[in-house]
Design a protein around this ligand. Structure first.
Ligand code: PLP
Length: 349
């Protein structure tokens, strides 16, 4: 058995998303930018998907810009918004952080972001590593929120109502990889130039099946969100409590009542997370150290550093992330395997 506890990295495709996508990979293969019947069928699917996304994110359909994922949505907001100066918090995903840095913008602690003078401020709704949920600040200029990690768990439509720009990514909530969206309530200058798709905000032939899959996954995520949050919170609490009880010195990151339901982030002082992940992988438990893109590199996470966690402790941190398909059996396996693996590593040093 494999206990897949890395849903924050990516989630399995929901069967409803696959079913919705297949016709657009087979019989409805048209380019939605054309005018004939085959194209019109594809175009209709895109517009139906746009309506679903608008409802899921609390915006108008015309404000939805389909992108190649969360990274592009973040880049489009930071580079495409009408803003001479930009700023973000120091716990943002690299897609925002590196974009803001590339624009010469300011990176500040979350506590200071509300008072920064910038035309565009970017604050993530929930952190992808720790699950910590942020209140969005009152800002004078434009507000962007990266809601990629929040969407599976939080009512983004309500919480991000004041944001002018909202990023999401399908593969974090049961949709396919390589497709996402940016809500743009203000004008955007494109960063990808070409045929003028998406009302001239994002050129490139639409990923029709991907967009249809995103919408199908979104619909079901929103429908089942409350029940899923309740069920997964129970599983997460059992996992976190079990690990804290079984591993001496283990510490949890973030206040549990201010975290997304699926996040269990634990530091195991005295070991290296990378070594632990190898043992866990051998025993069938898939988890990750820091964010997926940072895994493999021995640099501690910038998110944990920003929280004041020491380098050694940050390198001992493991993120177990649960999702819609997580079961009690997954938690049982992790609780059986992790304490022993930590003890083995501690004995060997
Ligand atoms: C908070 C956050 N923003 C952006 C991204 C990037 O999204 P994508 O993988 O669709 O490019 C991720 C994915 O790890 C994320 O967790």
């Amino acid at each position: 058995m494999t206990a897949y506890l890395d849903h924050a990295a990516t989630t399995p495709l929901r069967p409803e998303a696959l079913d919705a996508m297949l016709p657009f990979l087979i019989e409805h293969y048209g380019n939605p930018s054309g005018a004939h019947a085959v194209s019109r069928r594809a175009k209709q699917a895109i517009e139906e998907a746009r309506d679903v996304v608008a409802e899921g994110l609390g915006c108008r359909p015309s404000e939805v810009v389909f992108t190649s994922g969360g990274t592009e949505a973040d880049n489009l907001a930071v580079f495409g918004a009408d803003a001479a100066t930009v700023a973000c918090t120091d716990v943002e995903h690299h897609a925002v952080l590196h974009s803001v840095q590339a624009r010469g913008g300011r990176v500040v602690p979350y506590a200071e972001i509300g008072s920064v003078e910038a035309d565009l401020v970017s604050v993530m709704l929930a952190n992808n590593e720790t699950g910590v949920v942020h209140d969005l600040p009152d800002v004078r200029g434009l507000l962007h929120t990266d809601a990629v990690a929040a969407f599976p768990w939080l009512d983004v439509a309500a919480l991000a109502q004041r944001a002018h720009f909202i990023s999401i990514s399908a593969h974090k909530f049961g949709g396919p990889k390589g497709v996402g969206a940016l809500v743009a309530r203000r004008p955007l200058t494109p960063i990808i130039h070409g045929g003028g798709q998406e009302a001239d905000r994002r050129s490139g032939t639409h990923n029709v099946a991907g967009i249809v899959g995103l919408a199908a996954a979104m619909r079901i995520t929103v429908e089942q969100r409350a029940a899923n949050v309740e069920r997964v919170t129970r599983l997460r609490d059992r996992l976190a409590d079990g690990l804290l009880a079984a591993v001496p010195g283990a510490a949890e990151t973030g206040e549990r009542n201010n975290k997304t339901a699926g996040n269990c982030h634990v530091r195991f002082p005295g070991i290296e997370a990378e070594a632990l992940l190898v043992l866990l992988d051998e025993a069938g438990v898939c988890a990750s150290a820091g964010s997926a893109c940072a895994s493999g590199a021995m640099e501690p996470s910038h998110v944990l550093a920003a929280m004041g966690i020491s380098r050694d402790e940050a390198l001992a941190a493991v993120r177990f992330s649960l999702g819609a398909t997580t079961t009690d059996a997954d938690v049982d396996l992790a609780l059986k395997v992790v304490p022993d693996a930590v003890a083995r590593l501690r004995d060997s040093t």
